[in-house]
Write a protein that binds this ligand. Sequence first.
Ligand code: URA
Length: 248
Amino acid sequence: MPLSRRQREVLHEMGIPVWVRRGLAGVEAMDSVPRAPSEGLRVAAPVEPTPVMSSAGVSPPVAELDWEALRTRVASCVACSELAPRRTQTVFGVGDPHADWLFIGEAPGAEEDRRGEPFVGRAGQLLDNMLATLGLARGENVYIANILKCRPPGNRDPKPEEAAACRPFLDRQIALIAPRVLVALGRVAAQALLDTTVPLGQLRGEDRAYGGIPLVVTYHPAYLLRSPADKAKAWADLLRARGLMLRA
Ligand code: URA
C-alpha cells in the first residue's frame, strides 16, 4: 500500500528517510510465514487480585467485569502500597474500545498522572507520529494502555509485583477490546508481557504473541527521542505489525 502524503510528511518529521518505503515489500515478504514465539520465552501468568468487598458482598472477578465496571475497579485499586497513595489518579487507557490495534507502554509519567491519559507528553507526540505513519490516529481503531495504571515514584521501573498486580486489568482490557495486533512499546512492556528478562534488542524483530494475539515489540517513544537513529528500526517494527494486521 503506497504511503499517503501525510504519512511521508510524518516519516520526514520523525527523521526517517522516505527511501525506507522500498523496504516495505521486503519486510512484508519476510513476515509472510508467521513464526512461533521463541523458545525460552514463558507466557506471563496473570494474577487475579484478591476479591474486593462491597456493600453488596464480594465483587465479581476482574475477568468478568464490563468496561465501565473495570474502569471503576481500576480507579479504586489500592493493591500497590507504594503507588496508590501517591497517584493523582489512575490512568486507565485511551482510545477505541473496539480497536484492532492495542499499543502498550510502561506506566504513566508525571503529566499522564496529572491528566489521566497515557502518553500525553513529548513521547506521546512521537507515538502519535508513529501511529500516523501507519495511517492511524489516537482513538481511531487504536487503543493505548500501559502495563501499570499508576505512576511509579520518580518514574522508576515498575516492580514485578506491581506489574503482576495490574496484569488482570490489562488482560481484561485486552479481552474486551479483542485487538488483532498488540504492540509493546519498550523493554518494560515487552519483558512484562513476555515474562522474560531477554533484552529488548533480542525481543524485537521476531513475531511474538500474547494470549494468542500477535505481538510486535518495538522501541519506547521516549527512548526514540533520546536515540533518533533507531527510528528507522522502529519503522521496520511498525511495518512488521502492519503485515501481521493484514494477515490477522
Ligand atoms: N510512557 C509510558 O510508557 N506510558 C505513558 O503513558 C507515558 C509515558
